[in-house]
Design a protein around this ligand. Sequence first.
Ligand code: MN
Ligand code: MN
Length: 290
Amino acid sequence: MNFPNYFSDAEASFNEGDYVIFGVPYDKTGSFRRGTKKAPYSIRQASWNFESYDLLTEVDLKNLNIHDYGDLDINNDESSVMRQKVEEFVLRILDNKKIPISIGGEHTITVPIINAYKKKNKNIGVIVFDAHLDFKDTYENNPHSHACVVRRISDIIGVDNVVVLGVRSGTKDEFEEGQKSGLLHLNSFDIKRNGIEWALNQVSKKFKDKDIYITLDIDSIDPSFAPGTSTPEPFGLEPFDILSCIKKFSSKLIGSDIVEVCPPYDKGETAILAARILRYIIAEISLNKT
Ligand code: MN
Ligand code: MN
């Protein structure tokens, strides 16, 4: 069965919208499994599973002004072209005082989004949920690989304004470099042992009053909940951990993305989870917008 190809309850025009959802169907640098470019479509379809009323926030999403722009036209572009298109579009969203909510695609789409905030002089902290440290300077001779995303974001806004949660994979060099440059990352084993609030309190101390952007690489969540991803990694976070983070920082949240959902390896549960988290992000932000 096919549902409309826009996110459920996203019926507002661009001008009316307080939240602008857009897809970036890009998966050129994927190294293990390809197919994340199909995620915007799958996640939109999955979004029709839900009631418009969100019990957790008591927000009815049909009463919010949500715009779904559709996908940016970037299918086979070189990385530099993709980055330019994403950055320009996010600048347009920020210029119009709207909140960008994007659907990847691979994780590299986050880099130009952060660049746009930087250009607008936004003083942001970025929370990266990821199984992978993504701190390689280059990967397969490509500094713009999905394995280098945290490094590139750190180049843009400074390593002090980035934290990575849920890490459980990376090279020894990568962890040593992260250590040397002072990157705060908390692995999934310590988060399991000490609880997500322990982790979120560290983030809170670090970012203080900064606005916050959350980029959710879906592989941060355990593959038993989110199997449909490009590079699955066991011993991950639980979906409830993500909710806790969104709730804790919702009053400061100025944008978010979900990346690395890979529909060819999904029976639908990963897309459903991603769609549900996106709906929750929007509902939570709306509570603080009045
Ligand atoms: Mn990643
Ligand atoms: Mn990852």
